[in-house]
Design a protein around this ligand. Structure first.
Ligand code: ADP
Ligand code: ZN
Length: 319
């Protein structure tokens, strides 16, 4: 590989860590993922990430970091941005962890290292190369261990005053709903995040007493027709669709790309999502919106992390 022809990328979530290498068109030449360690301290988690990234570099046959044009990384929020001090709500081991600095020390060489919210990376990945390609106004929504989002308006990523614009996860969809990890009540994340979904279903009698059940198990049971599992996915889909309707009216969106682990439940999630969207987005301009599965699937966040480097003029305003 010639000089400056690749980007090292990472996507750090509460359930999985993903790493990869892309070319300068954002095409992944290799990628891999491992579960996010549940136990262990900040350094153990860092070492897990470090060895994953070392492995993808090896797979891509890159032994000289000098050929990278940069390192792009998405990580669960919140974070101090653009400093890249991360405190992901769903990764308790990292509180004020200096991720950008550590990536720079280990892989930076003289390269750019840029860290942004994982959902923002997903959104820009979809805008650049996925379901929102060619559209100027796109919201990306990630439904995974948490619920997040990123907003592209008039072809540019909207950062907001602290880099958190587009964070749809804490849009309120039920003022009398469950408590949220953020301290609020009735946020879409409190209802639709994978672990909340599984917990709600258990409280309604699904697989009672089993400690390790996940939203994936729930989706599998829903696909088999289990009534409570179906109701749980419906509840999540309605909540997400309601939040998307509000965001559509606020931002005059063309496309909403929905990704993250839970989006793999397919129609079980998207049918109620579309139902709520059609019910609540009534004005003519809002009816035009298309809410679709992320075209890049589970790799959208990695592609977006590459966009932080390759298309920094559009997607990076940090420094
Ligand atoms: P992260 O939060 O680390 O970014 P993911 O995007 O993979 O990770 O999301 C993890 C969540 O998605 C978990 O709650 C998991 O149970 C759920 N999940 C994973 N696969 C599926 C699937 N096929 N159907 C429904 N939910 C899934
Ligand atoms: Zn909240």
């Amino acid at each position: 590989m010639a000089e400056r022809e690749a980007v090292l990328v990472a996507d750090i979530g509460g359930t999985k860590l993903a790493g990869g290498v892309t070319d300068l068109d954002g095409r992944l030449t290799t990628w891999a993922q491992v579960p996010t360690p549940r136990d262990g301290d900040a350094e153990f988690l860092w070492r897990t990430l470090e060895s994953l990234l070392a492995r993808v570099l090896e797979d891509a046959k890159i032994d000289d970091l000098g050929i990278l044009s940069g390192i792009g990384c998405g990580c669960g929020g919140p974070m101090e941005w653009p400093a890249g001090l991360v405190s992901p709500l769903n990764i308790p081991a990292w509180r004020g962890f200096a991720l950008r600095e550590r990536l720079t020390e280990r892989f930076g060489d003289k390269n750019q290292v840029r860290v942004h919210n994982d959902a923002i990376c997903m959104a820009i990945g979809e805008h650049w190369r996925g379901a929102g390609k060619g559209c100027r106004n796109v919201l990306g929504v990630v439904v995974s261990t948490g619920v997040g989002g990123g907003l592209v308006l008039d072809d540019r990523l909207i950062q907001g005053s602290s880099g958190n614009a587009g964070h749809i996860g804490h849009v309120v969809v039920d003022p009398d709903g469950p408590r949220c990890q953020c301290g609020g009540v009735g946020c879409v994340e409190a209802i639709a995040r994978g672990p909340a979904l599984a917990a709600w279903a258990q409280s309604e009698g699904w697989r009672p007493g089993q400690p390790e059940v996940t939203a994936k198990d729930l989706a599998d049971d829903a696909a088999r027709g289990h009534a409570v599992a179906l109701a749980a996915l419906r509840r999540a889909g309605l909540a997400i669709g309601t939040a998307i309707a509000s965001a559509t009216c606020l931002c005059d969106l063309e496309v909403v790309a929905v990704g993250g682990g839970l989006s793999q439940a397919g129609a079980l999630l998207f049918d109620p999502l579309h139902e709520a969207l059609a019910r609540h987005a009534r004005l003519d301009f809002a009816r035009q919106v298309r809410a679709v599965p992320a075209a890049l699937g589970q790799t959208a966040g990695l592609v977006g992390a590459a966009a932080l480097i390759i298309k920094g003029d559009r997607y990076w305003a940090g420094d």
